[in-house]
Design a protein. Structure first.
Length: 269
């Protein structure tokens, strides 16, 4: 593997496949995020910052918890898909978490799901997110640990399942070329503690058979198909056959484990 060839985000939101990716991420991981948010015991009328929102389901989830007098700031480098029937309490802003000042401060919660793993300057991004918390505020970061479980098919038996694993390996290489940290998920508890947060907890989940995981695979592979072909990870024919198989429902496709880690900024720092 070579070093990063660009800092551009591989799966940019302007591609037509982004809509399908956000729907799939929502189907697979929104229940996980909801469970963690509920465990945090967020205050009513809270101030919440959703970093790298992508679509609108998590901002809406946060707005439900903030209530009519709360405030949610949803940011992303590309906010075109943070849309739909957003409550009036949700403010949408274009914002780069690694290089721009936080969109306000004194947040009761800062949350990012599947964002920092892609951001080359993720240490700086995490520092900015923590700096935006009020004393006692909560941070919830959810990110893949791709290296912990890199397969697309856990139990490959048929040629199409081995092909799925080869294509996933190519996709992972493309992510790494753009500066993704393939071992980021496992580092989160250590990083949160090292940043001075207390009450740090973390767990990891991944679907073993879930239709949303196949939908996510279709969106991702369609979006990066030219890169997979150009770097010799798969041929046109292999990608077309793989996408056909994904849509067939005959194959159990998995995602990497999603590590959800949370911590609290001490009242006095
Ligand atoms: C894989 S998507 C995840 C979207 C959403 N958080 C979710 O879990 O469904 C990654 C998101 O991070 C955004 N992103 C990437 N780099 C960013 C940066 N430096 N600052 C803010 N957002 C960023 C992308 O535009 C994209 O919307």
């Amino acid at each position: 593997m070579t070093g990063p060839d660009t800092t551009d985000y591989l799966l940019d939101n302007s591609a037509p496949e982004a809509e399908g990716r956000f729907a799939a991420l929502s189907a697979v991981f929104d229940p996980v995020t909801e469970r963690h948010l509920d465990a945090l015991g967020l205050p009513p009328a809270g101030r919440f910052w959703e970093v790298g929102a992508g679509g609108s389901t998590v901002p809406i989830m946060l707005a439900d918890r903030a209530g009519a007098t709360g405030h949610v700031v949803a940011t992303d480098i590309d906010v075109d898909r943070v849309r739909g029937d957003l409550p009036a309490t949700v403010e949408v802003r274009r914002h780069d978490v690694a290089s721009e000042e936080p969109p306000g401060g004194d947040f009761d919660l800062v949350h990012a799901r599947l964002v920092l793993v892609h951001v080359p300057d993720r240490d700086e991004a995490l520092r900015r997110m923590i700096a935006a918390l009020r004393p006692g505020g909560r941070l919830l970061v959810e990110d893949f640990d791709v290296a912990l479980q890199p397969r697309a098919c856990l139990d490959p038996q048929r040629p199409s399942e081995h092909r799925a694993n080869r294509i996933r390996a190519g996709f992972v290489e493309l992510l790494a070329r753009r500066g993704a940290d393939l071992e980021y998920g496992r580092k989160l508890p250590r990083l949160l503690r090292g940043a001075g947060l207390c009450e740090v907890t973390a767990d990891a989940v991944f679907p073993v058979a879930h239709p949303g995981a196949a939908a996510l695979e279709i969106a991702n592979v369609m979006q990066v198909r030219e890169g997979l072909i150009a770097h010799g990870y798969a041929s046109v024919e292999e990608i077309d056959a793989h996408l056909g198989e994904m849509g067939s429902g005959r194959i159990d496709i998995v995602t990497p484990p999603l590590v959800s880690a949370s911590g609290r900024l001490p009242e006095t720092v």
